[in-house]
Structures are given as C-alpha cells and as structure tokens.
Design a protein around this ligand. Structure first.
Ligand SMILES: [Zn+2]
Length: 64
C-alpha cells in the first residue's frame, strides 16, 4: 500500500498537476476506510476533483 506521499504523487500525476499544486489548493491525502476494492487506503477530499475541474473550466473560459 502506498504511503501518503506516494498516494499524493500518484494522484497529482493522474490529475496532470504537481503535489505542490495540490498543497497550494489546500488538498492533502487523508486515510480512507471506505472498503471499496479499488481503495488505496488514502483519499483526497471530494472537493479535490471539483477544484481541478473548476480550475480547468476557469482556465478554458476567458470572457472578453
Ligand atoms: Zn477508500
């Protein structure tokens, strides 16, 4: 099982960002015991993906 740093690094890579960027957004891995068979034992808050999506939307939608 990955430790926190490894999980964050893998999560960042999947998201196309850096761990530093995740931390800049205030996002950190938290222990997870959801029981899902794909669970890595760590999870980012649900707001994490929202933040990335929101950032992409803002970046790709420049008014004016
Ligand atoms: Zn889980």
């Amino acid at each position: 099982m990955a430790d926190r740093d490894e999980f964050e690094a893998q999560y960042a890579a999947r998201s196309g960002v850096t761990v530093s960027q995740l931390h800049a957004w205030g996002r950190y891995a938290e222990p997870c015991n959801c029981g899902d068979e794909t669970c890595e034992g760590w999870a980012m808050g649900h707001q994490q993906e929202d933040a990335i999506v929101e950032n992409e939307i803002r970046h790709g939608c420049r008014h004016g």
